[in-house]
Design a protein. Structure first.
Lengths: 366, 339
């Protein structure tokens, strides 16, 4: 197993800048997710680490060794693609054995390692079956078997669950993470699905338009987004943004929106008068009849224990609140809004950047 | 009165019993969602109402009239399919107007204009009326597809997974939109999906289909809180309800016939155990942002529980488990109630 280090990595396709200079480290044994919308450069980054694409500039180190210009076959990395390509004319055992046989591994060792991989993936009973009759989940397990049997330094997974339906994806997420915990292998996982990334990753690298927007553990990215893009991309429903105009001075503990003074974490960074956005996660918005921030209810979506209530403020912003299903809410109801002050973020509208506050101080300490 | 009723309807395709003795009444103005996995009989039910399939047995009633043998063209329904099929050479306006311009209807053009304008407003497509269908995004195309059904005022709208081809964000928006439109029009909708979130959030009532049979019919809350069997309990809730063998919690008092205990993730309470009181060990903490799923291993069984993301629990911690509102099921998976 090994640490992966990426330095100033850049990739141009003609005029198109796919990756604009990323630097990050994937610690040894980390489950590392490259997350972002399509076209953000995540797959290109993965392919450069694997050696399937040459960078325009920058360096890639695998276990301390510079592999930037090494061929894929010399990097000791296993790659699992979105569409698991199995050899249809071979049975499961032959499919999993293939990478070892092509390396000239002795037969007895091949047998042992294939059986070990099958045991880890719980597909021992399928070893002598043809791959053509397998369910999509079992096919995916065989594809994973072919990757883990090589005992590579690192795994690269490119949306391996993208082709599966939702229910099955949830199950496979759990399996993949459990597999990672058993093998403790450095894994780089590409997905556009924030829930997959949140639930599986040790570290998330969120990319946007070729740029690394934020790097950190899932909860950190969720609680303290560095930009409007991050806050909007992670979380379902995403963070609410309430536009307002104002100035912020370091030390401020509230902002003024219309008639209401809204308490926020103490500002550590100021801005002259500008268009700003107050960011509040749905679970940090509360309905409260007495609040000066007025809103009317558009819809309530029942989700079991909680419900998502959509409201429009008097200023015309639409917000979603996650509240208990026990709260009776009807479309058309007039209500007030309050927030959990210690959880709020303030963003600069033009740049999308968050203004530093006590919220981020807490991160530095924690 | 736009009421649709199926009475003892059965339908078989070769050796597959698609629908078995189905009784279902869609009430005027309600949003009824049929929920079930692939092959449960959802789409067949819709097609039987539309007249695209004929039942082997049973009767179909619409507005008090027996329409079992009536041809599809005489049935007052509008169908929205999973894949929107728009006329690519026509504008959005003409696509929306198309169903009204059928020679059989002869609706004056000014009435058509008024109706199309109203539907375009509901679907937020006013700015796109002059665009060609091919210039639209996927979400806009699907809204036009739905709009083409809505311009008509049939007794019932039949919708077959109309949101499944949209991405997650757009789907969430369209759920709210569709429900608002249904409310504003007072429309009667029979909607089928395998997506539990769509069912929970939009339905006035959910009908859970299991291999061609109606397992349970009720409000989302009734189905979620009071399922009649294991199948229904696992249809709603994400992550799925925990199903554990009775023997796993020997100290819990349960009705005699109980074989399986079901408990929803939010009803599992855990705390770090004091010396010796451990029943489980935290195997994995899954972050969702607003909350976390803790996977706790008890004997060989995984129990998933909901926890505050900032709770002081980590992988490897030993925990004691308390279950609130457990559900009891017998050997056949049927619910057992405390007497």
């Amino acid at each position: 197993m090994a640490e992966i280090r990426v330095e100033n990595l850049r990739k141009d396709f003609g005029e198109f800048l796919a990756v604009r200079g990323s630097t990050f480290t994937v610690p040894d044994g980390d489950f590392f997710c490259l997350l972002g919308p399509s076209g953000c450069g995540k797959t290109t980054t993965l392919r450069m680490i694997a050696g399937l694409e040459l960078p325009t500039s920058g360096r890639i180190l695998l276990g301390g060794e510079d592999v930037t210009f090494k061929q894929a076959s010399q990097r000791d990395i296993a790659f699992v693609f979105q569409l698991f390509a199995l050899y249809p004319h071979m049975n499961v055992r032959a499919n999993i054995s293939y990478p070892l046989k092509s390396q000239g591994t002795p037969r007895e060792e091949v047998r042992q390692r294939v059986e070990e991989a099958a045991r880890i993936l719980r597909i021992t009973h399928l070893l002598d079956r043809s791959v053509s009759g397998l369910s999509s989940g079992d096919r995916q397990r065989v594809a994973l078997g072919r990757a883990i049997v090589r005992k590579p330094l690192a795994f690269m997974l490119d949306e391996p669950l993208g082709a599966l339906d939702a229910e099955f994806r949830e199950l496979m997420c759990g399996e993949l993470r459990a597999l990672h915990d058993r093998l403790k292998a450095t894994t780089v996982y590409v997905t556009h699905d924030q829930l997959e990334a949140m639930s599986m990753a040790d570290t998330i690298a969120l990319m946007n338009d070729g740029v690394l927007e934020q790097l950190g553990p899932p909860q950190e990215i969720y609680d303290r987004p560095a930009s409007v893009f991050v806050a909007d991309f992670v979380g379902s429903p995403p963070m609410n943004f309430i536009p307002f105009r104002g100035r912020v001075t370091p030390g401020d503990r509230s902002v003024r929106i219309g008639e209401a003074a809204v308490a926020v974490p103490e500002a550590h960074e100021g801005t002259p008068e500008a268009d700003l956005l107050l960011g509040a996660r749905p679970e940090h918005v509360q309905l409260s009849a007495g609040s000066a921030l007025r809103a009317s209810v558009l819809d309530a979506e029942y989700l079991g224990t909680t419900q998502i209530v959509t409201v429009t403020t008097a200023q015309g912003a639409t917000l979603k609140a996650r509240v208990s299903s026990e709260v009776a809410v009807r479309p058309g109801d007039n209500t007030g809004l309050t927030f959990r002050p210690e959880k709020l973020s303030v963003f600069e509208k033009r740049s999308g950047r968050v203004l530093r506050s006590a919220l981020h101080q807490e991160a530095a300490r924690g | 009165m736009a009421e649709v009723r199926l009475e003892g309807v059965s339908k078989r395709f070769g050796r597959t019993q698609a629908i078995a003795e189905l009784d279902l009444r869609v009430q005027d103005g309600e949003f009824l969602v049929l929920l079930g996995p692939t092959g449960a009989g959802k789409t067949t039910t819709l097609r039987l109402v539309a007249g695209l399939e004929a039942p082997d047995a049973g009767r179909v009633w619409m507005e008090g009239r027996d329409i079992t043998g009536a041809p599809p063209s005489t049935r007052d329904v509008a169908f929205v399919f999973q894949q929107y099929s728009l006329y690519p050479h026509l504008s959005v306006y003409d696509n929306l107007a198309f169903p009204l311009r059928s020679p059989a209807r002869r609706i004056p053009e000014d009435q058509i204009r008024a109706r199309v304008g109203e539907i375009a407003r509901l679907l937020h497509l006013e700015a796109k009326l002059e665009s060609r269908a091919t210039q639209l995004s996927g979400g806009q195309m699907q809204r036009v597809g739905i709009g083409r059904a809505l311009v008509r005022r049939p007794a019932i709208y039949l919708m077959d997974e109309p949101l499944s081809s949209l991405d997650a964000k757009l789907r969430a928006e369209m759920r709210v939109e569709l429900k608002r439109i249904q409310r504003e029009l007072g429309a009667t909708i029979l909607y089928v999906t395998h997506d539990q979130t769509e069912a929970m959030t939009m339905a006035s009532r959910i009908g859970v289909l299991d291999r061609g049979r109606l397992a349970q019919l009720g409000s989302p809350r009734e189905i979620y809180e009071d399922p009649v069997n294991v199948h229904v309990a696992t249809r709603l809730g994400s992550p799925s309800v925990n199903l554990v063998p009775r023997a796993l919690f020997p100290s819990l008092r349960v009705p005699e016939e109980t074989v399986t205990i079901g408990v929803r993730t939010e009803h599992v309470r855990i705390r770090k155990s004091a010396n010796g009181a451990a029943v489980g060990r935290v195997r994995w903490v899954e972050h969702l942002g607003d909350r976390s799923h803790l996977h706790v291993t008890v004997a060989d069984t995984d129990v998933i529980t909901l926890a505050d993301p900032h709770a002081d629990l980590a992988v490897g911690d030993e925990v004691a488990i308390e279950m609130l509102a457990p559900l009891f099921f017998d050997a056949r998976g049927e619910r057992v109630r405390r007497s």
